[in-house]
Design a protein around this ligand. Structure first.
Ligand SMILES: [Zn+2]
Length: 383
């Protein structure tokens, strides 16, 4: 904590201390009992953000993955496995090479690097600062380097999270930062496999890589991690007439719409159909996708009273997302934490990959002329 930062109330400080102690205790328990070891490789001093799963940890992780797999399969999603390394062009098309980065600020004296959003989150808990206002905010509040209390350079750098590699002699390639993009690309193959009928669902459980500046929070934020992501490919007009919705519409879920958040009200238990009727979702297919994400988490053993569904505010949504909800889970150490994103990505991805690959990804059936399908997506980390 810098001298210039506003002092946190004593109880918040105590809470932070208790949380840090709990995390310490949890990670030493995990290490001693053979769940998680690291950072790995320990005999070489470890590389931050990489961990071994010991025998009990691997058993536990297998069980979690099994629960995820079962839930998706029971709901008609088919598992696939795609490569973890792909050439630069794929990541240009997906937007990751240009835009998948963290904001970085450097101390003018000791040259230490900090992730701006994390730093501000720690110093000003609960305060949301827009990225375009970072420098002004830092100046106004006199935020200085936590290591040496000197001023920061007046520049926000972009630190790419993409882990680069070279394939063969000179092919520029990247480790995937998520499973998702690789799952979209065999779309023409899926379309044949599913007898040229939409909608259909696929999912992947596999490794992804993010070159975080300073990974912390134990296995919550690793540089190599396991993700589970599911995609529903669907024609735009099918979203409002999605029959699996009828099966789940009477289930009650803890919805925290952005209107409730704005009014500082707690999440409301509501049936999926009421949530749809109240305008919380644009269509049945998306409502179903949110239900499915929630069901994956409860089936994997997360207690229902520790889960809430949080809608993104209109100005918080990613540029491609038409509708966006997160699943948040209440953790002993970090409080309510975003664990899963459910996005209506519309036609964005297949349009991009049509353009960059030169292969037309629009398809047709008896009732649709050639059209680019939409993608509804569930994305979360398994670790
Ligand atoms: Zn410094």
């Amino acid at each position: 904590m810098t001298p210039t930062a506003p002092p946190a109330p004593a109880n918040a400080q105590q809470a932070a201390k208790a949380a840090a102690e709990f995390l310490q205790e949890l990670s030493s328990f995990a290490q001693q009992k053979g769940f998680i070891w690291g950072p790995a490789p320990e005999i070489y001093g470890g590389l931050s953000g990489f961990y071994d799963y010991g025998p009990l940890g691997k058993l536990l992780k297998n069980n979690v993955e099994r629960a995820i797999r079962d839930t998706f399969q029971v709901n008609d999603f088919w598992e696939v496995e795609c490569p973890t390394v792909m050439q630069a062009k794929v990541w240009e098309a997906s937007g990751h090479l240009g835009g998948f980065s963290d904001p970085l600020i450097v101390c003018s004296k000791c040259k230490a690097n900090f992730r701006v959003d994390r730093l501000l989150e720690e110093l000003f808990p609960g305060k949301f600062v827009k990225p375009e206002n970072y420098l002004a905010f830092i100046e106004e509040n006199g935020v200085t380097c936590p290591s040496c209390q000197s001023a920061f350079n007046k520049e926000i750098k972009k630190h790419s999270l993409m882990l680069r590699t070279t394939v063969g002699i000179d092919i520029e390639a990247y480790n995937r930062p998520e499973t998702a993009t690789t799952t979209y690309l065999p779309f023409p193959r899926y379309f044949e496999f599913f007898r040229k009928k939409l909608p259909f669902g696929v999912f992947q459980i596999g490794k992804a890589y993010r070159n975080e500046i300073s990974p912390r929070q134990f296995v919550l934020r690793m540089r190599e991690f396991t993700q589970a992501e599911a995609q529903l490919f669907i024609f735009g007009d099918q979203k409002s007439a999605f029959t699996p919705y009828e099966r789940i519409k009477d289930d009650t879920l803890p919805f925290w719409s952005w209107k409730l958040q704005e009014g500082q009200l707690p999440p409301a238990a509501m049936t999926v159909s009421d949530a749809l009727a109240n305008g919380n979702f644009k269509n049945k297919a998306y409502a179903y996708t949110v239900w499915l994400a929630y069901t994956v988490f409860t089936n994997a053993g997360v207690p229902a009273d520790r889960i809430r569904l949080r809608q993104h505010a209109p100005d918080e949504k990613a540029f491609y997302a038409d509708d966006a909800w997160d699943i948040e889970v209440k953790l002993n150490t970090f409080g309510w934490t975003e664990m899963c994103g459910v996005h209506d990505r519309t036609t964005y991805d297949l349009t991009q990959h049509s353009k960059f690959s030169g292969k037309d990804l629009s398809v047709s059936d008896e009732t649709h002329k050639k059209e680019i399908p939409h993608i509804l997506e569930i994305a979360f980390g398994v670790d």
